[in-house]
Design a protein around this ligand. Structure first.
Ligand SMILES: *Cc1c(COP(=O)(O)O)cnc(C)c1O
Length: 379
């Protein structure tokens, strides 16, 4: 097979930028001209536009997705000793924010076909100390929020949605209504890291809530614990989205649904090429959510994953492992609660998953080259 001319990347931000270059460059220049680098008008405008897009009352921008999670837990007054339930199969930031505040991360397993947190496992993990659940909308589709919200209501728990990988995804309720990921729980948290579905050109993040009092509290926590300048009611943090990032995000937000459509087109191409292959399990779609494909993640069945990746690398095709080690087996998070074998689904996934290039700029020629190469290795 002939190699293709264009360099294949997990995420191609350069080609995406080239399509919006004129707008982005002038938006950045505009911020430079105004020199309102912090809390400039772009931040407020972006906040309002994202509120409208998500259908949520309050968006509070902050410095990154990890901060968003930490600020959420601070704003909810969670205290050392409180237990917070989250998925074992996620990016470390989710558990990190919990642990940094002295709260106890309580990990639970996920469902193997959708990779989403297992609601039955959440229910089993609830104790009198449990204060919150942090579902992660992993790889771009929603966790089972309706069931999670019911559990939370029954046990009087907060729900903090980690929607860093699923901004723009939609959740479908049993009654036919729908809501955007991150706007269903008590607070939603997201990241605008460059490679996320709505990524800026640096770091950024935000929190979402429909609760007016909580929104005021979040703003205060994110701003050194002050709502009046130099009057500090509590200990807060310093976490801001800067004006240049907000200006870029305003432009990219207008394209977010098109970006999701482009990702879905690539995912369908992969699905079709790999359908019913005995050595591949394609990512399942949850009934209650659409998918915005932050990642396209295969499960390999009886395949040497290192050899698979090496073969693809020899064809200049990157493939990544999200995530190679379950949280409960990470050195930093080892404790008496958990041992190897406790979360069999996550442990199996960590050994068998592989993510293929997924972004907004994949053309058919590239996709065909990737799928042909994958199938060639598996022959
Ligand atoms: C990226 C990510 C975060 C953290 O976001 P940062 O902006 O990098 O701090 C948190 N949770 C999940 C699931 C993520 O993918």
């Amino acid at each position: 097979m002939e190699k293709i001319a264009k360099k294949i990347q997990m995420v191609d931000l350069k080609s995406q930028y080239e399509k919006i270059k004129t707008e982005v460059d002038s938006a950045i220049q505009n911020v430079l001209n105004n020199t309102a680098f912090i809390n400039g008008p772009e931040v407020k405008e972006f906040q309002k536009e994202l509120e409208t897009y998500l259908g949520v009352k309050h968006v509070i921008p902050c410095a990154n997705g990890t901060d968003a999670l930490q600020i959420a837990m601070m704003a909810l007054n969670l205290k050392p000793g409180d237990e917070v339930i989250t998925a074992d199969f996620t990016y470390v930031a989710t558990a990190e924010a919990i642990a940094l505040l002295g709260l106890t991360p309580v990990l639970v397993d996920v469902i193997s076909d959708t990779f989403e947190i297992d609601v039955k496992a959440i229910e089993k993990a609830i104790t009198p100390k449990t204060k919150a659940i942090v579902p992660v909308h992993l790889f771009g589709q929603c966790a089972n929020m309706e069931a999670i919200m019911e559990l939370a209501k029954k046990h009087n728990l907060y729900v903090i949605e980690d929607t860093a990988q699923a901004i723009g995804a939609e959740y479908y309720f049993n009654d036919g209504s729908k809501k955007k990921a991150g706007t269903i729980g008590t607070i939603g948290c997201t990241s605008f890291f460059p490679s996320k579905n709505l990524g800026c050109y640096g770091d950024g993040g935000a929190l979402f809530t429909n609760d007016d009092n909580l929104a005021a509290k979040i703003r205060k926590v994110a701003n050194h614990g002050q709502s009046v300048q130099y009057v500090h009611d509590e200990i807060g943090v310093n976490s801001r989205l800067d004006s240049i990032q907000a200006a870029i995000l305003r432009i990219k937000l207008r394209d977010l649904d098109n970006y999701a459509a482009a990702r879905n087109k690539a995912a369908s191409f992969y699905d079709k090429a790999f359908a019913n292959h005995p050595k591949l399990k394609t990512p399942a779609r949850a009934k209650f959510s659409n998918h915005v494909f932050h990642q396209y993640t295969l499960q390999l069945i009886g395949v040497d994953r290192n050899a698979f990746r090496e073969f693809l690398a020899s064809k200049d095709i990157p493939a990544m492992i999200y995530y190679p080690i379950p949280l409960h087996l990470q050195k930093a998070y080892l404790n008496d609660r958990y041992k190897a074998g406790d979360f069999p689904v996550t442990e199996k996934l960590c050994d068998s998953v592989v993510s293929l290039p997924m972004h907004t700029e994949l053309d058919e020629e590239t996709l065909k080259y990737i799928t042909d190469s994958v199938l060639e290795f598996l022959k």
